[in-house]
Ligand binder design. Structure first.
Ligand SMILES: *[C@@H]1O[C@H](CO)[C@@H](O)[C@H](O)[C@H]1NC(C)=O
Ligand SMILES: *[C@@H]1O[C@H](CO)[C@@H](O)[C@H](O)[C@H]1NC(C)=O
Ligand SMILES: *[C@@H]1O[C@H](CO)[C@@H](O)[C@H](O)[C@H]1NC(C)=O
Length: 789
């Protein structure tokens, strides 16, 4: 046994080896789109995978990569974008990025890089955006990290362990548009380190530690980046006492005009301190976002300040812990008289008292969207519509709890400057028959307000009207000035009539119940240029498909792209893009095709019928049937012969038959038994059956040939039948009597049988000369008797 086990186990290892080595091969990243961008994020990769060589974008974020080796990216010189954030990268070879001279965007954020090394970036001559946030490095290395990155526009750096910045750190950078610095742990900062870059478009500083523990350090940083042209965003700080607000002084001294505080926690005294510091400063734009106000509005100490340059106050997502404690801010009279624009968004505002409104003398723009305003509160805020806020041009009350559109119109009717009113995402449900809007109103947003109908409440002065996402079915308003109309997400079955909208340039009517639209619909709009009508239930008829593919592009620009237009029916085409649909000529001309087909079928049957009639097909068929029947019977009744001869003649020759033939033969000794159709046929039976029977029961068939016979159709049938018999039994049952001379050529062609007959056998000629008649009768009798043997 042991002898056997050894070779087996070695075999086992041999099998393992190749698969093991395959694991060391590079994985392939194949999720690449048509823009040459490969997305292999979040795939547990431990290594840079191989990608097609011409790829321009590669996303490897959220993987487990630890090391970037020298040749990992060497072949991909076309790369413009490379995302490596949220991996575990600790080590990068100095030449990893050496071939990426086209790289414009590099993200190494949130890895484990403990130090940064200048050779990494030395060849990245095209780099515009670099993100180094969230690693473990404590400084930017021994300097000149970015010396080759003169094209860089956006730089993000710093992390919690980032301790120091030196003056040579940013050498090489010029004219950045954006800079983000996470310096919450900064402990040392050399004067001018950030200043060397020159004015930066937007600077975001996260400086919790310095503000909290080293205000002087924070001041140095602020001094370096503050500039009238720079938008300064201060994040993650707490503004409370004088110490923590001290660095703000730099903003005033450097004449900063735009400041945003983001994720700050601020107390009443913090606010008062900042307001006093900024008294008569250059700040014209003050924003507070995602922040918390811990206070009761006791800002009386700031009432003497004059922020006379302040134009815009922008507050968004601010939680006011004790918001119920706030009352009128009337003591801020000095302050509130300045701003032209106030936004307080998503911040639980439930009321602005009328006295406060009256202080906002210069206000032109007011945005209270996403708050808790009710009809009643709005009535108070707008002082019952008496016309406070006389300069207001734009008002946004979107996403509140308003329910009366009639009330809104009376509240705003005296705002003579109001051009823009956003009432979207409220619960109006009903639109009153009439409203009184200021005649200046040009923009009205009533999207998502549960409206079921529209009435002349909509003012004719409008240029832009948004009625998206309501329950509307009909549009019959005359809006001569309307340039843009949005009615997506309703229940319209057809486009609004263009004659009512002579100025319309843009129409959005997605997600409705349109089954199609046509040239004349669009032509009715005199000025329509852009249309979004995708995601409707289109019926892909030939007319619509042809119009869509050939003409619609000449009339309007489909802003939502042809891929949004899909067929809903017929079922076979559901989900297919209208632009890619091909309908066959048959499908497209169904009515014509079916009529042509029906006509052809009808013609076929008609011609067949006529032919049948002309060619006696039915008769032939019936006769064949009778003949087959007779043939079967004959075997039984073989000896059942009742007549000596069946006489086939034309009615016109009946005189001769009755006077001569019958007399002569039936009175002969012994008499011949003759079968005459006039006398012996069963009345009521079908003629062919009778003929058949008669012939069957007769030994001979006498054909009395004359011109009349030739002219008579049914004599011909008899002839035919006899021919059948002839053919059938191959014997001579037919006897031809020629009553008058007929030149064979005068017999019509269709009697070819008769012609052949007359050729093939002799016939008896009825003599005019009476003396020869006995001879005739004799011959005839002999012919009838002939084969009695
Ligand atoms: C906000 O700032 C605090 C420090 O004041 C910080 O701990 C927190 O992570 C910040 N939040 C965000 C979302 O940045
Ligand atoms: C009104 O506010 C909403 C939500 O904040 C916003 O989406 C909308 O664009 C604003 N309307 C105008 C006219 O600015
Ligand atoms: C109308 O309001 C909605 C919701 O606030 C917004 O998304 C939309 O952009 C606004 N419409 C226009 C034309 O500005």
């Amino acid at each position: 046994m042991k002898v056997l086990v050894l070779p087996l186990s070695s075999l086992f290892f041999l099998c393992l080896l190749p698969s093991h080595s395959a694991e060391w091969e590079r994985k392939k990243c194949t999720q690449c789109d048509k823009h040459l961008f490969c997305d292999c994020s979040d795939q547990n990769l431990v290594q840079v995978p191989s990608i097609p060589e011409n790829v321009q974008g590669l996303n490897l974020s959220h993987n487990q990569i630890e090391v970037l080796k020298e040749d990992d990216l060497q072949e991909y010189a076309q790369l413009k974008t490379l995302y490596l954030q949220n991996n575990r990268i600790r080590t990068i070879h100095n030449r990893t990025f050496a071939s990426l001279a086209n790289l414009e965007s590099l993200d190494l954020s949130y890895n484990f890089l403990a130090s940064l090394s200048w050779p990494w970036f030395d060849q990245l001559l095209s780099l515009k955006r670099l993100n180094l946030l969230g690693n473990l490095y404590t400084s930017l290395g021994s300097g000149f990290l970015f010396r080759q990155l003169s094209r860089l526009r956006s730089l993000r750096l710093g992390n919690r362990s980032f301790r120091s910045m030196g003056r040579s750190d940013l050498v090489g950078l010029r004219g950045l548009d954006e800079m983000v610095l996470h310096g919450s742990g900064l402990q040392s900062y050399e004067d001018g380190s950030l200043g060397s870059v020159g004015p930066i478009g937007t600077v975001t500083l996260s400086l919790y530690g310095p503000f909290h523990s080293y205000p002087a350090l924070a001041s140095k940083i602020l001094r370096d980046v503050s500039n009238p042209e720079t938008l300064l965003i201060l994040t993650d700080v707490t503004l409370a006492d004088e110490r923590s607000t001290q660095p703000i002084v730099e903003l005033k001294q450097k004449a900063v005009r735009r400041v945003i505080f983001r994720n700050v926690s601020v107390t009443d005294s913090g606010i008062v301190n900042v307001m006093r510091i900024m008294d008569r400063s250059e700040v014209s734009f003050l924003g507070v976002e995602d922040s918390q106000l811990v206070g009761h509005g006791f800002w009386t100490n700031a009432s003497a300040t004059h922020p006379d340059k302040m134009e815009t106050l922008y507050i968004k997502n601010v939680a006011i812990r004790d918001f119920y404690a706030f009352s009128s801010l009337a003591f801020l009279q000095n302050v509130l008289q300045f701003p032209k624009s106030v936004s307080i968004i998503n911040s639980n505002v439930f009321l602005m008292p009328c006295p406060t409104s009256k202080l906002l003398k210069k206000l032109e723009y007011l945005d209270f969207s996403g708050n808790l305003l009710t009809d009643l509160a709005t009535k108070e805020s707008f002082c019952n519509g008496e016309g406070t806020l006389q300069h207001l041009r734009s008002l946004n009350l979107s996403r509140n709890s308003l329910s009366s559109l009639a009330l809104m119109s009376t509240l705003f009717t005296n705002l003579n400057q109001l051009t823009s009113l956003d009432l979207s995402e409220n619960d109006f449900s009903d639109m009153p028959a009439q409203c009184a809007w200021p005649s200046s109103l040009q923009y009205l947003n009533l999207s998502t307000t549960k409206l079921r109908r529209i009435t002349p409440c909509v003012p004719p002065s409008l240029h832009i009207l948004d009625l998206n996402d309501n329950d509307l079915t009909e549009f019959n308003l005359n809006l001569p000035n309307l340039i843009e109309l949005r009615i997506s997400g309703n229940k319209f079955k057809k486009l609004p009539p263009g004659i009512f909208l002579p100025s319309l340039e843009v129409l959005l009517v997605q997600r409705n119940m349109l089954s199609m639209f046509g040239k004349s619909d669009l032509m009715d709009y005199k000025k329509l240029q852009e249309l979004e009508a995708g995601h409707n239930k289109f019926v892909c008829s030939c007319g619509f498909v042809a119009f869509f593919q050939l003409e619609v592009g000449q009339l309007v620009r489909l802003r939502d792209g042809p891929e949004s237009y899909q067929c809903d029916s017929p079922t076979a085409l559901r989900g297919q893009q209208v632009g890619d649909t091909h309908l066959s000529a048959f499908e497209c001309h169904m009515v014509v095709a079916v009529s042509v087909l029906c006509t052809l079928v009808f013609l076929f049957f008609f011609i067949s019928g006529v032919l049948c009639y002309k060619l006696h097909a039915i008769w032939y068929l019936k006769m064949t049937w009778a003949w087959l029947k007779a043939k079967r019977k004959r075997s039984v009744n073989r000896d059942d012969i009742r007549y000596d001869a069946f006489v086939s003649y034309s009615e016109r020759d009946s005189e001769w038959v009755e006077e001569f033939l019958v007399q002569e033969l039936e009175n002969a000794q012994p008499p011949f038994r003759l079968c005459l159709h006039k006398r012996d046929f069963l009345p009521g039976g079908w003629i062919a059956d009778n003929i058949m029977n008669a012939m069957e029961k007769s030994r001979r068939t006498l054909f009395v040939l004359s011109r009349h016979f030739v002219g008579s159709e049914w004599c011909r049938y008899e002839l035919e039948f006899s021919h059948f018999r002839l053919f059938d039994e191959n014997n001579d049952t037919a006897v031809l009597i020629l009553l008058e001379p007929i030149a064979k050529e005068t017999i019509p062609k269709r009697f070819c049988k008769l012609r052949k007959f007359m050729n093939s056998r002799t016939y008896l000629e009825w003599p005019e000369d009476e003396t020869q008649r006995p001879m005739f009768w004799h011959n005839l009798k002999m012919a009838i008797k002939a084969d009695e043997c």
